[in-house]
Design a protein around this ligand. Structure first.
Ligand code: PLP
Length: 493
């Protein structure tokens, strides 16, 4: 007889209903082979008595298990584990090993991507300060306006179609609002045909790469570049060619020299604030690049991921605003303005490319969150996004100023940097006498998490000894704490 009393442990304080806990445990024992098919289960009174629970709880659990097909009632004979279930040999079932086998090792082959195995997200939730790559402060997100608008839209019966399958191009209302908004704020000259809503800039980069590149097509990127974009291009089959980056952004003369020798399919630029070094592509180079794109027929993938954050002067208009010949694929979104989890972005390009991108999108993510997209459209219409952008711009500017002035004042023997004109991070160079591994390890022991994968900023071994330090996600108190910890770290180097 199976030892129900000792094998079934119910927790009266748990949120899960008692009868469902009982179901879970019986299913677990059936799956493990400890209760094989055709095993007679105890009567409801007996089991209730053994487990010290109400008989109705056992009846409810048995009803549920019958409905799910785990057990069956045979008239005037009792309740049994379903005889049709496959037999599992309990001798094979060593709980620990089997758990490891099923959760960690697949029994089928698949291609691994060792390149993609970096993550800057820490799963350790002990209290600490994290210096990120240049993320916004999600604590500032306009949750109140967002959730109120989202709820209002979702509740209205005439919006019910937003819950059905919709257009792969994205919510029409948002596309219309964005056409107007982007034409007004970024000097673009687009119509509805030129815009596809994505889940964020990364989806735009992915879609563009999948459409642009065939095996061994060349994509040109700065040395050094936003590594995730490089991975996305390589994944699409492209071969990466590097050109230098200096204090005016990517070197367009080097691009011209490269075009004379090699057929470049595309160049990827983060023109407003080069990732990772934060410099802005100069006006002269912008014009040069557009002229080269026309002459050599390559695409410019312009990733304008942090357009809104420019502190010294108005944001510089994107290359896309001067694209008269259909060379630019423009990518942007709201994840930096509102919060990384707000997965709404856009891809702007000539109509033929947008149509293909929309077909491609269908096979990876049928469509976006239509209610969220409609919410965004209303927030733009009401001016909430614009108000929020001005608000966070002021906050981030004062955080940049505080972070940079403290770093300069207290740690200039160790770190060098230019105050960034925009963006959410500083490109910080550690004095060559020291090593980031030491800094990262010592900071970690003082509960300051610096990006442990700092090497990704130098995949080609340029030995610039620099990393990005995000300031925007830290409030004033956290910035002071960060600097105090860094002082302690540096004193130990
Ligand atoms: C240069 C660059 N492009 C694209 C992205 C991805 O942005 P999103 O979260 O909108 O997909 C990031 C994210 O940090 C980025 O730094």
């Amino acid at each position: 007889m199976f030892p129900y009393k000792s094998s079934i442990l119910l927790n009266r304080k748990a949120h899960r209903n008692l009868y469902l806990q009982l179901c879970d445990q019986i299913i677990k024992h059936i799956k493990s082979g400890k209760l094989p098919p055709a095993t007679r289960l105890p009567g409801t009174r007996t089991l209730a008595n053994d487990l010290q629970i109400h008989r109705k709880t056992v009846i409810a659990a048995y009803d549920e298990l019958i409905a799910q097909g785990w057990i069956e009632t045979l008239p005037s004979r009792g309740t049994y584990v379903n005889r049709m279930l496959p037999i599992v040999n309990p001798a094979d079932f060593d709980h620990e090993n089997s758990k490891q086998k099923t959760t960690t090792i697949s029994s089928f082959s698949f291609s691994k991507r060792p390149n993609l195995m970096y993550s800057s997200v820490s799963f350790d939730d002990s209290p600490k300060i994290q210096i990120d790559d240049g993320s916004p402060d999600h604590r500032l997100a306009p949750i109140e306006e967002l959730s109120k608008t989202y709820r209002n839209i979702a509740k209205k019966s005439y919006h019910q179609n937003l819950f059905a399958y919709g257009s792969t191009y994205g919510n029409l209302d948002l596309r219309k609002k964005l056409v107007k908004y982007l034409n007004q704020t970024r000097g673009l000259n687009i119509s509805l045909d030129n815009i596809l809503i994505t889940r964020g800039s990364q989806m735009g980069i992915y879609l563009a790469s999948q459409l642009l590149f065939n095996k061994r097509d060349t994509v040109v990127v700065g040395n050094t570049n936003y590594l995730t974009a490089n991975y996305t291009f390589e994944e699409a089959g492209a071969t990466i060619a590097h050109i230098p980056v200096d204090d005016q952004g990517i070197d367009t003369n080097a691009m011209e020299a490269l075009c004379k020798k090699t057929k470049a399919k595309a160049i990827y630029v983060t023109s407003h604030h080069h990732h990772p070094t934060t410099v802005t592509l100069s006006a002269e180079r912008r014009m040069h690049l557009l002229q080269l794109a026309k002459q050599y027929g390559f695409a410019i993938i312009e990733d304008d991921y942090d357009y809104d954050f420019h502190y010294s002067n108005a944001p510089i208009l994107p290359l896309a605003s001067n694209d008269n010949y259909g060379n630019v694929i423009y990518i942007g979104g709201f994840t930096k303005i509102i919060a990384p989890a707000m997965r709404i972005g856009y891809l702007i390009a000539p109509k033929d490319f947008i149509d293909e991108a929309s077909n491609m999108r269908r096979i990876i993510d049928r469509q976006g969150d239509m209610v969220l997209e409609k919410t965004m459209a209303q927030l733009i219409k009401a001016g909430d996004i614009q108000r929020h952008t001005s608000k966070v711009l002021k906050i981030y500017k004062s955080r940049r100023d505080l972070f940079c002035s403290l770093l300069k004042e207290r740690l200039s023997n160790y770190f060098e940097f230019e105050v960034p004109k925009g963006g959410l991070a500083v490109w910080v160079t550690l004095n060559n006498k020291y090593n980031w591994d030491d800094v990262v390890a010592k900071a970690g022991s003082l509960k300051l998490e610096l990006n442990p994968e700092w090497r990704r900023y130098d995949p080609n071994n340029l030995k610039h000894n620099s990393i990005r330090m995000g300031f925007a996600s830290l409030n004033e108190e956290e910035i002071y704490k960060t600097i105090i910890i860094l002082e302690k770290v540096c004193a130990q180097l």
